[in-house]
Design a protein around this ligand. Structure first.
Ligand SMILES: *Cc1c(COP(=O)(O)O)cnc(C)c1O
Length: 251
């Protein structure tokens, strides 16, 4: 399957999940997570009409961003160290990993200096896994109060990562909880504006996330293959006989 076919298959699966849950596909955006793929393939996915691109490290994103940023909207999805905020603000329209006050303060400072606003998702560690970033759910409302007055941060919604489960159905309570937290945040009117976004659902579990109200899907391997080349999918953009082939042959 080429990239176009994979994208068509993904869109079809999203439509089916929408149909099951009485949602409209219009409410959903795909963010193509290009962290494991090349500049050429990133350009291809933009040409295929996916206009949101996500990257998790500036070092990996830089060449792609420099060549292509005029074309799409760029999302920073990875853990963000405070000293790296300067690389991200002004380049990425969205940050999905806002999870602490010191980070919010630095984003606010850098955005104010550039006279720009950054759309941020508050990352919540719903599952409570030690390896996952994000605020504990019980800290969300206090955190929202602390950042509510920051004029250069616009909260677009909440973001979470579900544990990797063999059965995607097992992720459902995590996604449901994030939706409930967003609804509670709105009911309490802490931010004084309606927060609509739910950034949740990855290659392994996006249909469940759609059924639970996701508005932004962060999709990498289902579109581009995996860097290890396992599951029989060769990473798109890696020519045959290259290093990835050697890896998949176990050499
Ligand atoms: C890599 C990454 C994704 C995409 O993961 P896939 O399972 O390949 O779709 C989504 N969100 C975050 C935060 C990531 O780091």
């Amino acid at each position: 399957m080429d990239l176009q076919d994979r994208l068509t298959a993904v869109r079809h699966r999203i439509q089916e999940a929408c149909r099951h849950s009485g949602r409209s596909p219009e409410e959903l955006r795909i963010i193509a997570i290009t962290k494991y793929t090349t500049l050429e393939v990133t350009e291809m996915i933009l040409q295929l009409g996916v206009s949101h691109i996500g990257e998790s490290r500036w070092q990996d994103a830089r060449d792609k961003w420099q060549a292509l940023h005029a074309t799409g909207a760029w999302h920073f999805i990875g853990h963000l160290q405070t000293n790296k905020v300067k690389d991200v603000v002004g380049k990425f329209a969205y940050i999905h990993s806002l999870d602490r006050l010191s980070l919010a303060e630095e984003i606010e400072r850098k955005a104010a200096a550039l006279q720009t606003a950054v759309h941020c998702f508050i990352q919540v560690n719903v599952s409570g896994e030690q390896t996952k970033q994000g605020l504990p759910p019980e800290s969300l409302f206090t955190f929202a109060e602390q950042i509510a007055g920051m004029e250069h941060i616009r909260i677009a919604g909440l973001m979470t990562m579900a544990p990797h489960e063999a059965d995607p159905e097992a992720t459902r309570p995590v996604f449901r909880r994030l939706r409930e937290l967003r609804d509670d945040l709105n009911a309490l009117n802490i931010l004084k504006y309606e927060v609509g976004g739910l950034s949740m659902g990855m290659s392994n579990d996006f249909e469940v996330a759609v059924e639970e109200g996701a508005t932004w899907l962060r999709l990498g391997s289902v579109l581009f293959g995996r860097p290890e080349g396992n599951k029989g999918i060769r990473p798109v953009g890696v020519t045959s006989g290259g290093a990835a082939d050697a890896v998949s042959r176990g050499l």
